[in-house]
Structures are given as C-alpha cells and as structure tokens.
Ligand binder design. Sequence first.
Ligand SMILES: [Zn+2]
Length: 203
Amino acid sequence: MNRAPVPSPTPSQADLDTLSLQLGRPVRDVVEIPSRCICGNPLVAATSPRLSNGIPFPTTFYLTHPTLTGAVSRLEAAGVMVEMTERLSQDAHLAEQYRQAHEKYLEERERIRKKAGVDPVWEIEGITAGGMPNRVKCLHVLAGHALAAGPGINPLGDQTLDMISPEWTPDTCTCETAWDHSAEVPAKDLSRHVRRLEEREAS
Ligand SMILES: [Zn+2]
C-alpha cells in the first residue's frame, strides 16, 4: 500500500490482481487504469468495449475501489439518482453539460477501443452508460467517469464524488482496510453479470 504512484495507465499484473481482489472476481479485458489512489492502487478500470468472449461492454469506466463503491451505493439507496434526474429536467445548463459528458464518454471509449485493438462495436454505438445522456441510472458509472476524465467533464459524476467526501477524497487512502489484501486472487470467472450475459447470448 505504500507503493509509489504508478504513472503508466497500462495495467500491470499487480494492478489486475488488485482489481480482482477489490471486486472479488477475476477481471478481464482491462485496457487502462485511468484513475489511481494517491498510493497507486486502482480506483477505476477501463475495459475494452468488446470483451474477449465477444460480448459488447458499454461501461468503459468501472469504479472498482470498495470504499468508493460502498459510499456511492449508499447515495443510490438514499435516492440521489431520482433527485439528479429531476434536476436534469429543470436545469438546461446542467442537462447540456451532461449531454457533453456523454459525448466525451463516447470519445474516450473510442480511444480505448483502438488501444484494445478491437473492431467498432456496433451494438453499443452511441450508447454510453449510467443513464446518460438524459437520465441518471447508476452513480457508480458517473463517479467512475468523473475520476477517469478529471474534474469538469461529468457534472453529476463530480457531484457524486463531492457527496462521498466524508468517506473518500482524492487526498485520502483507505486501501489498507478497504479489501482483504491477503486473500487468494480470484481466478475463476464467477461474475454474475458476465454469466447472465453469456446465458442471454446462448439462449
Ligand atoms: Zn490507497
């Protein structure tokens, strides 16, 4: 946990192992680590828009750090998504900024796609995640995008990060207690999400 910050966005094997421990399942098709804790551990994983098993994956920026995912889940449980969606319908400036965040998300996904060396993913063309561009459906997506893009790109992602500041800020490292560092790195793919997608594909 006292590693020096790693400047390269390209994930090392240690990064991939940390992601798997953070999520409790093996990660795959991670192309970059777009945001890191001050200690160097990943906060967000950038995943190829088409997984190696062929499944399209629209959520390019995936929030992985348990302190952040837990804090954001509590915001969601408190109804923040409904409140934000209402504000989008009332605040034209905010709505425009949010629409631009959607465009930036698509641009960055295109860059990640090229870096991953995969063909254009027609299934998710123009589609981002988290409810963008008109609604708010997942604060984890917005927070992950805000961390990956930096402040001033995704207004509702920035606000989500502000709202979790009692539990996490960019200046604090909670890694030591946020997940079990001595656990065995998950090796089998037990992701329910991926299993469900594979079942859907097979049916
Ligand atoms: Zn840390």
